[in-house]
Design a protein around this ligand. Structure first.
Ligand SMILES: [Zn+2]
Length: 677
C-alpha cells in the first residue's frame, strides 16, 4: 500500500478465519465521509467521520431523529412487499430466500444508501446493534455477488442481460455500493463490505477501462464516479481512479448521446447545465472528486462554469434544482426531471427532486474542498436548511419526491410524481414508484457532522453552525479541539471555545454567510479587529490557549428577497428569509376563507421572529402585516379590467419552508406579490 500524501499509513496483515486479509490501519484524518485527506488538489482536508459530532440544537435533534426513528423505520419499509426498494432482492439473489425480483431498477442503490447512513450513525454512537445489523446485511450482499464481482439484483433475478440498457441503472447501484462500503470501512474498520466493493471495482475495471465502443455512452445516473473515486481513496489502488476518470470521459464521447443524461457534449466542453438534474449533479460531484485527485484543469474549468450557470440562472431560492417535469433542452433533446432554460423557474410546477437538491449540496461541498471559497458553502447551507429538509416530514417518517415552491388548492391538479402530502413508503398510491429520495435524506442528515468542519495547514475551518464538538488533527498531526455552542439557525450568536490547540499560531476560519451583512467577531470578549465580510471565511489567527472563546454574531433580521428580473414567473414578487431559512405562507396560518394567493406583501414590510417550541418540531416563525387582495368575482372570466388595489390589512405568520405540509393538506407559497407604494 503506497503512502499518498502527508498521512502515514500502516499496512498490516490480519489473519481472519484462516484467510490472509490485507488491511489498512486507518490513521486519524483518513476516515472522512468524503476523504480528501490525501488529495493533492484540494485546499481543505476532511476530518474523520467521528471527529465532529452534534451536541445540541438543530442538527443534533435531527441526527437523533435519524438514529431513533429514521434508521429503524426505513429498514421496516424496505422489508415491505411491494416497496420500490427492498432488501429481499438481495436475499433471493444470495439463494437464501425463494421469490422473484420486485421494485425498481435502482432499488439496490437505495438499500446501499440506507446502509451508508447506518454506518454514519454508528461512527458516532458505536451502537453494537447497528454494527450487527450491518454485518448481517453485508453478509447477504456478499453472497448475492456473482463470482466475477458483478452485482445488480434487477439483472441477476430477471431475464435482462448485463449492460444492455442504461436505464437498468447497474452503474448507479454499483456506485452506491462502493461509496457505502468505503463509509462502512471508515466507520467500523472492518473489511467485509470493502472486499465486496473491491471485487466489484476490479470487475468494472475489466469491463469499462478498455473503453469498448458499445459501452461508449453507457450509464445514466453516475454515482459510480464518486464510488470509484472513494474506493481509490480508501485502498490507494489507482485503477479505481482511472475507472472514475473513464466514467467521466465516457459522457459525450460518442455521437447519439442526449442532453437528458449529459451525454451529448463532453463535460470538459459543456457550457450549460442541461438534462436530468440528479444525473447532472452526480456527474459533477464525481468530476470534482476526479479533479481533487488529478488536477485536471479542463474539468475544473467546466465545473466552475456549470456551477455559475446553475447558481446564477437555474437554481431556486431554496437551493433546489430541476425546474421541469418534462421539457426540451437548449439543443432540443426531450428531457425530464430536468433543468429548465436560464431563468426558467416556475414555482408551482417545479420538479426539484429531493435527490437533485441533495446532489447540489454535495457538489457545492466538493467545490468548497477544492477551492476554500465560501460561496460554495453558502449554496450547501441553502440546500440543507431548505430543499433537503423539505424532503422529510417533521416526524422523520414521510417524504416528498418533488419540492415545488407553491401548492395551490385541489382545483389545480398535480403533476406526475407530485403528491398532496409526504408519503411513508411506495406501496400505496399516491406515493411515486420511487424510493430514491428517502434514504438520500437519511444519509445526508446521518453524515452531516462530517460536512461541518475541515482543516488545512495550520487552520481549522468552520463550515456549518450547530452545537457540536470537534476533536481532530491538523494535516501536520497536531491535535485541535473546538466546542461550538449556538441556537443557530434560530439565533445568530455562535460561541466557539478552543479546547485544544497547537503551540504555534493557528487560524480558525469562520464562514461568514453571504447574507450576513454586519456580522461581528470577538475573541475573549474583545472585538477581534478582523473584517467579517459576507461570503468569505474570516481568518482569526493567533496562538490559542484552551479556554479561549470566539464569538461570531450574525445579524438575523428577516429580509425581503427578490429574483432577477429575467425570472418571468417571479416578477413583482418577494420571498422572506431570515438567516439561511426560506419562509413560506401556508394556509393553516391564515384566517378561515382566506386563500394563500390573496395575500400581498407591502414593499418594505417588516417581520418579527417568534420562537414557537411546540410548533412543527420547534421553529421560529415570522409575524407581520400583509394586505388582502379581494378574491373578486371572476364569473368564469380569465381577464378583466384592473380593479382597485389590495384591501384590508391582516396579520400573517410565515413558517420555514422546510416545515410545510406537516399539518394536513394545505396551500403554500414561498413567493408572494409585492404591493408597490
Ligand atoms: Zn430521489
Amino acid at each position: 500500500m503506497p503512502s499518498r500524501g502527508p498521512i502515514p499509513r500502516l499496512a498490516v496483515l490480519v489473519a481472519a478465519a484462516g484467510v490472509l486479509v490485507f488491511a489498512v490501519t486507518l490513521q486519524a484524518a483518513d476516515r472522512g465521509l468524503v476523504n480528501t485527506s490525501a488529495s493533492p488538489h484540494v485546499v481543505l482536508r476532511s476530518v474523520d467521520l467521528d471527529d465532529a459530532r452534534w451536541t445540541d440544537g438543530f442538527w443534533a435533534q435531527r441526527f437523533e431523529l435519524c438514529r431513533r426513528v429514521m434508521v429503524p423505520n426505513m429498514k421496516r419499509v424496505m422489508e415491505l412487499p411491494g416497496n420500490a426498494a427492498t432488501l429481499r432482492n438481495f436475499r433471493i439473489a444470495a439463494g437464501l430466500e425463494k421469490g422473484t425480483f420486485s421494485g425498481t431498477n435502482w432499488g439496490d442503490g437505495d438499500c446501499y444508501k440506507w446502509l451508508e447512513a447506518v454506518a454514519c450513525v454508528y461512527a458516532v454512537t458505536r451502537d453494537e446493534k447497528l454494527d450487527r445489523t450491518m454485518d448481517e446485511l453485508i453478509a447477504v450482499i456478499a453472497k448475492a455477488q456473482e463470482p466475477d464481482g458483478y452485482i445488480a439484483t434487477q439483472i441477476q433475478l430477471t431475464d435482462k442481460q448485463r449492460w444492455q440498457d442504461l436505464r437498468h441503472h447497474e452503474l448507479y447501484n454499483m456506485g452506491h455500493l462502493m461509496t457505502a462500503a468505503c463509509v462502512h470501512h471508515r466507520a467500523t474498520g472492518k473489511d467485509s463490505f470493502l472486499r465486496v466493493a473491491r471485487k466489484l471495482g476490479d470487475y468494472l475495471y475489466t469491463v469499462f477501462q478498455p473503453r469498448p465502443r458499445k459501452l461508449a455512452y453507457f450509464g445514466f445516473n453516475p454515482s459510480n464516479i464518486m464510488g470509484a473515486a472513494e474506493l481509490y481513496r480508501t485502498t490507494g489502488d489507482r485503477r479505481y481512479l482511472e475507472l472514475a476518470r473513464t466514467f467521466v470521459d465516457m459522457r459525450g464521447s460518442a455521437s447519439g448521446g442526449s442532453d437528458q443524461n449529459q451525454a451529448r457534449v463532453p463535460l470538459r466542453r459543456e457550457t450549460e447545465a442541461v438534462g436530468h438534474a440528479v444525473t447532472a449533479a452526480y456527474l459533477w460531484c464525481g468530476a470534482a472528486d476526479v479533479y481533487a485527485e488529478t488536477g485536471d484543469k479542463a474539468l475544473r474549468g467546466a465545473l466552475e462554469r456549470l456551477w455559475s450557470d446553475v447558481t446564477g440562472r437555474k437554481m431556486y431560492l431554496t437551493g433546489a434544482i430541476g425546474a421541469l417535469h418534462h421539457g426540451e433542452s437548449i439543443r432540443h433533446d426531450s428531457v425530464h426531471e430536468a433543468f429548465g432554460r436560464a431563468y426558467e423557474l416556475p414555482s408551482r410546477t417545479a420538479y426539484n427532486e429531493t435527490c437533485a437538491n441533495i446532489a447540489n449540496a454535495m457538489w457545492s461541498w466538493r467545490m468548497l474542498q477544492i477551492s476554500g471559497e465560501a460561496r460554495y458553502a453558502d449554496v450547501t447551507e441553502r440546500v440543507l436548511y431548505n430543499s433537503m429538509l423539505s424532503g422529510v416530514g417533521i416526524d422523520g417518517t414521510d417524504f416528498f419526491y418533488t419540492n415545488p415552491l407553491r401548492r395551490c388548492g385541489p382545483d389545480v391538479p398535480l403533476l406526475r410524481n407530485d403528491t398532496p402530502a409526504r408519503w411513508p413508503d411506495t406501496t400505496k398510491r399516491p406515493a411515486p414508484r420511487c424510493f430514491c429520495c428517502p434514504p438520500n435524506v437519511l444519509r445526508t442528515i446521518a453524515g452531516l457532522h462530517g460536512w461541518a468542519y475541515g482543516v488545512s495547514d495550520r487552520a481549522v475551518w468552520v463550515h456549518l453552525c450547530g452545537g457540536s464538538v470537534l476533536r481532530t488533527e491538523l494535516p501536520d498531526g497536531t491535535a485541535v479541539g473546538l466546542e461550538q455552542q449556538t441556537d443557530y439557525p434560530w439565533d445568530g450568536r455562535i460561541r466557539i471555545t478552543v479546547k485544544q490547540a497547537p503551540d504555534e499560531p493557528m487560524a480558525v476560519m469562520l464562514r461568514i454567510p453571504g447574507w450576513a451583512e454586519g456580522a461581528a467577531i470577538q475573541v475573549n470578549g474583545q472585538p477581534a479587529g478582523i473584517p467579517a465580510k459576507p461570503g468569505t471565511y474570516a481568518s482569526v489567527r493567533r496562538k490559542w490557549s484552551p479556554g479561549d472563546v470566539i464569538e461570531l454574531d450574525l445579524p438575523m433580521n428577516a429580509r425581503l428577497v427578490e429574483a432577477h428580473p429575467l425570472v418571468e414567473q417571479l416578477r413583482n414578487q418577494v420571498a422572506v428569509m431570515r438567516g439561511p431559512i426560506v419562509y413560506c405562507l401556508e394556509s393553516p396560518d391564515l384566517p378561515e376563507g382566506v386563500k394563500v394567493g390573496q395575500v400581498t406583501i407591502p414593499a418594505g414590510a417588516e417581520f418579527s421572529p417568534h420562537h414557537e417550541k411546540d410548533l412543527l418540531g420547534g421553529v421560529t416563525v415570522l409575524r407581520g402585516k400583509a394586505r388582502l387582495a379581494e378574491d373578486g368575482n371572476w364569473n368564469g372570466r380569465l381577464y378583466r379590467a384592473r380593479g382597485s388595489e389590495a384591501g384590508k390589512t391582516i396579520d400573517v405568520t410565515l413558517v420555514p419552508y422546510y416545515a410545510w405540509a406537516n399539518r394536513g393538506p394545505s396551500e403554500m407559497t414561498v413567493w408572494m406579490p409585492v404591493l408597490q407604494p
